[in-house]
Structures are given as structure tokens and as C-alpha cells.
Design a protein around this ligand. Structure first.
Ligand code: NDP
Ligand code: 2IT
Length: 449
């Protein structure tokens, strides 16, 4: 970056910080994108004159509301919920809902902002949004989760629609929550519509949506390795998390002959020196999806549980963070590099801190950011919208082959925009520039709106 570009970036970020003082995650996500696109942006006066960067970093609107619900004991509880409708230049707002006690406006704004470029990269007509609540589903009964979801939809239904805004799942929101939300939407609106994705397959959900993010991440990872004359087979892969994304990434990795040597949850991690077997994977899936258990409860030959630990100081060839934001910091990135990591492929959204990104960049580690490598989930959500609109449903093979094709195209877009002079691909720059250009072009076409 030239001095002039660095100065422009600093001026822009200072303004953004003033306007969003306490939103660290949002500022982090914007800085990453702005850093990548600044040289291109400054070479194209028409975008700058139209203030595209200032406009794209201001959400179209944020809806904040209270969700009141009742526990099984009849106690009243109130949570805060949001829907950040960030940008619909490319299509109806689209993005997940997160239920986690850490949820706040900054986190949802960072996720909504990332979603704009991720959705753009898929090539499907989807704008960017995110929502959620600081509701903690852990330890709640099914009935409590149902009452919470019904109450949340009682407000949310006014703001969404199949051509307006189409939420889906994220941390803490899976098929159970989507079903409760959808049931309440239909009760209130008295009409069936594809207003949510990630629905059960018996009522309009797409085949492969459950697997899509994890599988897509592995498809992307394989392409990235192949492009650099490497392959997945026999590689030791450290996966973090053991939720939707981590589980199906692990499944596809095992299928492709890689060794999944770790999984984790917020309490600790398991280390599997010789790699997880498919039988063990099935047990863990049943434990997590069926009984919502903890990894600490799982015992099997060759599996060690380490309480309170994360996977990043264990030697591996590939790191696949699939839990949450900022889970790999500078020190952990340094440990990964010291232990010979070849690639980092993000299943989670923004799992690496600014310091960690710098470490990977300096060491020419292949680093796929979530907005490219985890786009398979929202891509199959987009396919679910298409199937709903056409009143048809594609089989697993059809959806899987479309998913693979979309991941291939996203990878190519990153290569086209991120190729550096020494035949290395900067996937961060590639995905940011590739995602941004299309949205900027659409915004420019609309005039001053
Ligand atoms: P799940 O709720 O299914 O699983 C989340 C996993 O991450 C759990 O193992 C959870 O552990 C762990 N985790 C969550 N928060 C924390 C935390 N603060 N510290 C440590 N561990 C944590 O969520 P998903 O698998 O759906 O989502 C994981 C990531 O992937 C998120 O970043 C999400 O935004 C992203 N993503 C999800 C997509 C989807 O389609 N679901 C699509 C694209 C990206 P515990 O159970 O102990 O909380
Ligand atoms: O971060 C994400 O891309 C998601 N949580 C999925 C969003 C979606 O609409 O399927």
C-alpha cells in the first residue's frame, strides 16, 4: 500500500470509529475490507465521488426489539433482539440469526457487513443482513426455546418476507429454532412462503443445507490446495468447534482422506492423534445434534479430552477454525506457523484477529477468509429460495453438484482478484475485492439512494 492509500484508509477509519465508537468487531471487519479495496477504490473516482465506501459501511437499517418469554416455571424473561438489514443492492436481505449470550450490535453489524460480500461472491441475488439475540439456548428446555422463538417472530415477521429479507441459522440457531420461527410466521401471516431458509426438508427445506457450510469449506480448501500443487489426502487438519459447520467439515474431510485431529467446544477440545474415524464422527454428531451434549462426555479409543484448551498449539497441516470470531490471535497464529501449517481455511466468520492475519500474510500461508470459504451455507440457502420460488425440490446430488460449482467459482474469483506477482494468491484481498466490486457497481447504477 502506498503512503497516499494508507493516509486515505486512516482518514476513512477515523471517521468510521467516531461514528461507531464502541463497535470493535464491526470496525475490525470494515478495516479488513477497506484495506484490501483501497488501492482499487482510489483508482476509480466514480466510486469515490459516489461515496460508496461511506455508504456501504452504514446499514440500511437496524431493527432492535424486546423479546419477552416465559420459562417453564412461569417466570418472565426479556431479551434483546436485532435484525441488521445492511445492504440489498444485489437482492433481498439474506443472512443468519445468532442466539448466544455474547450477541450485541457490534457483532451483528460485523456479521451483516461480511455477509454483503460473501453473498456477492456466491453469484446469487442476495443482499447482506444478520440478526439474533443475546438469548442463551444452553440449558433451556425445548418448550422454552419454542416460546422464545415464537415471541421473537411476533415482532420479526413485520420486517421480513421472501422478497424483503430471508433469515436463516447461525450459532445457536439450527433446524429446531428455524422450525419454531417458521411455524409462528405462518400463524401470523396465514401464508406459506420461503421466508426462512434451513427449513426441514418436509416443509420446503433444501437437501444438503445442513451439510453445506462445512462441505463447502472443504471443497474450497481442496481447490486452494490443488491450485498450489497440494492435496487434502493424509493432511492433518485441526478443526475447532463441534457445531453445524465443524461437524460437516469434519465429515467431508474424513471422506476425502484427511485426518481430523481435533474438535472443540467452548469448554475444551478433543485430540485424536491418528485422526477421527467415521464411526467416532457419527457418535459425536449424535451427541451434539441429538442430545446437545458436551465433548467432555465422549470417550473412545485414541481420543484425549483437554479441558479449557483450544487446538492451535497442536502441530497440523491445515487449520480449519469453525467455532466463532477471533478464535485465533497473533500468538496462536505464530504457533501454527512454527509448527508448519500450510493452510488456514475459515469455516467460521472472522475467526482470525488482525494480528493473526498479519502473521499468515508475512509467512505466505494459504489463508481463505470465511466470506469465501464458508459461503457454501448461504449459497445453498440461495438455492433453497430458488426451489421455494419454483415450488420444486432438487435431490441431494443436484444440490451438491451446484454447491461444488459455486465454491469453484468463488475460488476462481479469489484467484482472479488476489493473484500476487510470485504466483501466491492473497485470498483475503481476492475475496474482498471480488465481493466488493459487484456491490459497488450496483450501488452506483442506482444513483444517490
Ligand atoms: P453452532 O451453534 O452449531 O456451533 C458453534 C460451535 O462453536 C460450538 O461447538 C460452540 O461450542 C462453539 N462456540 C460458539 N461460540 C463460542 C465461543 N464464544 N467460544 C468458544 N467456542 C464457541 O454454530 P455454527 O456451526 O452454525 O457456526 C459456527 C461458525 O460458523 C460461526 O462463526 C458462524 O457465524 C459461522 N457460519 C455458520 C454458517 C451456518 O450455516 N450455520 C454459515 C457460515 C458461517 P459450545 O457448544 O460450547 O457453545
Ligand atoms: O454466516 C452465514 O453465512 C450464515 N450463517 C448462513 C446465512 C444463510 O442465510 O444461510
Amino acid at each position: 500500500m502506498t503512503d497516499a492509500e494508507a493516509k486515505e484508509l486512516e482518514t476513512f477509519m477515523n471517521g468510521l470509529e467516531k461514528r461507531n465508537e464502541y463497535e470493535a468487531e464491526f470496525l475490525q471487519a470494515v478495516e479488513e475490507v477497506a484495506t484490501s479495496i483501497m488501492p482499487w477504490y482510489l483508482q476509480h473516482d466514480r466510486y469515490r465521488d459516489a461515496q460508496i465506501l461511506e455508504r456501504i459501511t452504514e446499514p440500511d437499517r437496524i431493527i432492535i426489539f424486546r423479546v419477552t418469554w416465559e420459562t417453564d416455571k412461569g417466570e418472565i424473561r426479556a431479551n434483546r433482539a436485532w435484525r441488521v438489514q445492511f445492504n440489498h443492492a444485489l437482492g433481498p436481505y439474506k443472512g443468519g440469526l445468532r442466539f448466544h449470550p455474547s450477541v450485541n450490535q457490534s457483532i451483528l453489524k460485523f456479521l451483516g457487513f461480511e455477509q454483503i460480500f460473501k453473498n456477492s461472491l456466491t453469484g446469487l441475488p442476495m443482499g447482506g443482513a444478520k440478526g439474533g439475540s443475546n438469548f442463551n439456548p444452553k440449558g433451556k428446555s425445548d418448550r422454552e426455546v419454542m416460546r422464545f422463538c415464537h415471541s421473537m417472530m411476533t415482532e420479526l415477521h413485520r420486517h421480513i418476507g421472501e422478497d424483503i429479507d430471508v433469515p436463516a441459522g447461525d450459532i445457536g440457531v439450527g433446524s429446531r429454532e428455524i422450525s419454531y420461527l417458521f411455524g409462528q410466521y405462518m400463524r401470523l401471516e396465514n401464508r406459506w412462503s420461503g421466508v426462512l431458509t434451513g427449513k426441514g426438508q418436509s416443509f420446503g427445506g433444501s437437501a444438503v443445507r445442513t451439510e453445506a457450510t462445512g462441505w463447502g469449506c472443504v471443497y474450497f480448501c481442496e481447490r486452494m490446495l490443488n491450485h498450489h500443487s497440494e492435496c487434502l489426502s493424509d493432511k492433518r487438519v485441526s478443526v475447532s468447534g463441534s457445531g453445524n459447520v465443524a461437524l460437516y467439515a469434519a465429515q467431508k474431510l474424513i471422506e476425502k482422506g484427511a485426518k481430523v485431529i481435533t474438535l472443540s467446544d467452548s469448554s475444551g477440545m478433543i485430540y485424536i492423534k491418528d485422526g477421527l474415524s467415521m464411526e467416532q464422527w457419527e457418535d459425536i454428531r449424535d451427541l451434539k445434534e441429538g442430545s446437545r451434549g458436551r465433548l467432555s462426555e465422549y470417550e473412545s479409543t485414541g481420543i484425549e479430552y483437554h479441558d479449557g484448551k483450544e487446538p492451535w498449539d497442536i502441530p497440523c497441516d491445515i487449520a480449519m477454525p469453525c467455532a466463532t470470531q477471533n478464535e485465533i490471535d497473533r500468538e496462536e497464529a505464530e504457533a501454527l506457523v512454527k509448527n508448519g501449517v500450510l493452510a488456514v481455511c475459515e469455516g467460521a466468520n472472522m475467526p482470525t484477529t488482525v494480528g493473526a492475519i498479519e502473521v499468515f500474510k508475512e509467512n505466505y500461508i494459504l489463508h481463505a477468509p470465511g466470506k469465501a470459504s464458508n459461503a457454501g451455507g448461504v449459497a445453498v440457502s440461495g438455492l433453497e429460495q430458488s426451489q421455494n420460488a419454483m415450488r420444486i425440490s432438487w435431490d441431494r446430488e443436484e444440490v451438491d453438484s451446484r454447491l461444488q460449482e459455486i465454491m469453484k467459482r468463488i475460488h476462481q474469483r479469489c484467484v482472479d482478484e488476489g493473484q500476487t506477482s510470485n504466483s501466491h494468491v492473497d485470498y483475503i484481498d481476492g475475496s474482498n475485492i471480488g465481493g466488493f466490486k459487484k456491490v459497488a457497481e450496483a450501488m452506483l447504477s442506482y444513483g444517490a439512494v
